[in-house]
Design a protein around this ligand. Structure first.
Ligand SMILES: Nc1nc2c(ncn2[C@@H]2O[C@H](COP(=O)(O)OP(=O)(O)OP(=O)(O)O)[C@@H](O)[C@H]2O)c(=O)[nH]1
Ligand SMILES: [Zn+2]
Length: 342
């Protein structure tokens, strides 16, 4: 595959500024696949298989690297960085995709639609630096598509929501502004909402040919890596496998941005560590009482904050918490023994 220019591949001044005199023998390439011990990268002229200089876990699809054509020597600092908590409660992040301009949360106009989950995704996207977009599929199967769309857009003034029929290529062409030349779009969402259908409509690939190819290699129709694919509008699409277990970590900035009205209220509480429960002078409680702040939204905010705090905890913090909990339990048991007189 040949590509017209670096700019078409998503190259910008942000990356050019990171080049130094020491890099003159190297050229830029954009990572399209991350495998266990190898990377695949796109350049203006060719697709390359590269040996990574760092563990492959450090790379994400969409990253720019500097290479001599055989080794990926230097990974350039990304503009946007989408990562998630690795499985299990270990304090490390798993990089999902890099240099994505827009992340579309794909959900459908049916039971999959869930405001709290959408909000979670949007906070994660805002924290990555990318622009959030909501794509509501299966608009052709309901009369309420516009209603779903409005509910989604109400989450944030930063948010655009589009309801469409993912099987209709003309309808899907409405996504062109987010995946035209030099633009990179990524899709997130639960299984069955239509991500594959959407991907095929955006790239012009046929589901059948894809299935055959993947059947040959793996014996099953599964996407085992995250690929950067060209869209029929000249941009790029990153499609990640189902992320139902998406956990938030270090997304506090995204949560603050999405709930800036509550953060502003909380800043007015009398106590700086107000838990907005029974403290006097609580501006949040006052806003709830007057109806200015929606109770459900307040609960979703609290849940996200708790989840983020838990997931952002380092291993050291976890140990410290467990230790102090252990001490507290021991202390309480000792007190109880004393009371009982032995
Ligand atoms: N009528 C209609 N059907 C759709 C639409 N989007 C997806 N579908 C159908 O919904 C089913 C699931 O779509 P997929 O594209 O496989 O969903 P997915 O998100 O890729 O699911 P996984 O591969 O499990 O992650 C398929 O039968 C699609 O044909 C839509 O907008 N309208
Ligand atoms: Zn308060």
């Amino acid at each position: 595959m040949t590509h017209a220019s670096l700019a078409d591949l998503g190259w910008s001044d942000h990356f050019a500024r990171q080049l130094t005199d020491a890099d003159t023998a190297l050229f830029p390439a954009r990572i399209s696949e991350v495998h266990r011990s190898q990377l695949v990268a796109l350049t203006q002229d060719a697709d390359l298989r590269l040996t990574p200089a760092e563990p492959t876990g450090h790379y994400a699809v969409g990253d720019w690297v500097l290479t001599d054509g055989a080794t990926a020597f230097r990974r350039l600092e990304p503009v946007t960085d989408l990562s998630r908590k690795a499985a299990g409660h270990v304090a490390s992040d798993q990089r999902i995709a890099a240099n994505v301009d827009t992340v579309a949360v794909v959900t459908s106009c049916n039971d999959d639609f869930n405001i709290a989950r959408l909000e979670r995704y949007v906070a994660l996207i805002l924290a990555s630096g990318a622009l959030p977009l909501v794509v509501l599929t299966k608009a052709d199967l309901t009369d309420d598509a516009e209603d779903f769309r409005r509910q989604a857009e109400r989450l944030s003034p930063l948010l655009t929501a589009i309801a469409l029929n993912a099987k209709d290529r003309d309808d899907v062409a409405r996504l062109k502004p987010w995946c035209g030349e030099g633009q990179t779009l990524a899709l997130l969402g639960s299984s069955g909402v239509g991500k594959t259908t959407l991907r095929n409509a955006l790239t012009g690939e046929e589901a059948s040919t894809q299935t055959v190819r993947e059947d040959d290699a793996k014996g099953r129709h599964t996407t085992t890596y995250r690929a950067l694919r060209r869209t029929r509008f000249g941009g790029w699409l990153i499609d990640t496998p189902g992320m139902r277990e998406l956990q938030l970590s270090g997304t506090s900035e995204g949560i603050d941005e999405l709930f800036d009205d509550i953060e502003e209220l909380a800043a007015q509480c009398k106590f700086s560590d107000c838990a907005h429960a029974s403290e006097p002078g609580c501006a949040v409680k006052a806003a709830l009482a007057s109806g200015q702040l929606d109770t459900d939204r307040f609960h979703r905010w609290q849940k996200l904050k708790r989840e983020d705090a838990y997931n952002s905890e380092s291993v050291a913090d976890t140990r410290a918490r467990q230790k102090s909990f252990g001490k507290m339990v021991k202390g309480a048991m000792a007190d109880a023994s004393k009371k009982r007189g032995y």
